[in-house]
Design a protein around this ligand. Structure first.
Ligand code: HPA
Length: 293
């Protein structure tokens, strides 16, 4: 690979996509939102929408999962310009890890400074209930233990440093703001704060794996997010992670429960409106971020 190239995509390819998107709209997003499984309708709240199918955006990967539309929606929410991903890229789709995080660097080059990530996850913490929302305070990037990290390969200093810190991955102020929004809306009892663990998927976890993850300190498990957060922190975006607990993981050999995608989508559908309301309030109360702030 030539110097200056990142694994897979070159700087010029990220730039080409960012410039192309900016040339198609007058919107200049400062906030990006990634919509998790069944949570794509979050983007419906945007005003003055401009919509791009991933297949129409130069260099963009394709989303293959049901419940993920595969569109970028740019518009305003509470007077703040946002870009929404309806559908994200997962390792289990067969994408290389550097492909799954392509949009993050594109957003950064477009001027985005805050990333709000939503996902659906299975609750490992016995206190968690279906419908709870966990604000991520930390993560365990399990694929990273096997060298699967979006920053593997030559480092491009134009995005960030070779060895980025991850102990402050989830912005404290954004977490505090989220807690304040839940309290003010009278939903404090639904809010959790915890550790998200990502696995490669697509198979759900065995009972032994769930027990192990719980012992390791994870509160919820899913198949996304951590690669996006690593890439976002590398290029200095502030990150807020919100995880909807769509099912309780099976921890007990006597249990008759079985994790399944239908249940995940059904739970997401039930909580969609609520999550929309929460994200809208959070965005309404975000300081107007820019390079200068
Ligand atoms: N495991 C992994 N990913 C998930 C789950 C789960 O139980 N629920 C939603 N996404």
């Amino acid at each position: 690979m030539a110097p200056g190239e990142t694994a897979g995509y070159s700087y010029e390819e990220y730039k080409e996509t960012a410039d192309w998107l900016l040339s198609q709209t007058v919107h200049r997003p400062l906030i990006a939102i990634i919509c998790g499984s069944g949570l794509g309708n979050l983007a419906d709240s945007l005003k003055d929408q401009v919509i791009f199918k991933y297949s129409d955006v130069p260099n963009f990967p394709m989303s293959t999962v049901s419940g993920h539309a595969g569109r970028l929606v740019i518009g305003t929410l509470r007077e703040k310009v946002c870009v929404c991903m309806q559908g994200r890229f997962h390792l289990y789709e067969g994408h290389a890890i550097w492909k799954t995080t392509f949009p993050i660097r594109v957003f950064q080059l477009m001027g985005v400074r805050t990333l709000i990530i939503t996902n659906a996850s299975g609750g490992l913490n016995p206190d968690y209930k279906v419908g709870d929302i966990m604000v991520l305070k930390d993560h365990i990037n399990m694929p990273g233990f096997a060298g699967v990290n979006p920053l593997v390969g030559p480092n491009d200093q134009r995005f960030g440093e070779r060895f980025p810190c991850m102990s402050d991955a989830y912005d404290k102020q954004l977490r505090e703001l989220t807690k304040a929004v839940f309290c003010d809306l009278g939903h404090a009892s639904l809010l959790r704060e915890g550790v998200y663990c990502s696995l490669g998927g697509p198979s759900y976890e065995t009972i032994a794996e769930c027990r192990m993850l719980r012992l390791l300190g994870a509160d919820a498990v899913g198949m996304s997010t951590t690669h996006e957060v690593i890439s976002a922190r590398h290029c200095k975006l502030s990150v807020l992670g919100l995880s909807l607990i769509t099912n309780k993981t099976v921890m007990d050999y006597e249990s008759m429960e079985h994790a399944n995608h239908e249940e995940v989508l059904q739970s997401s559908k039930r909580s969609m409106q609520f999550l929309k309301e929460i994200v809208t309030h959070i965005i309404g109360r975000l300081p107007c971020l820019s390079d200068a702030s």
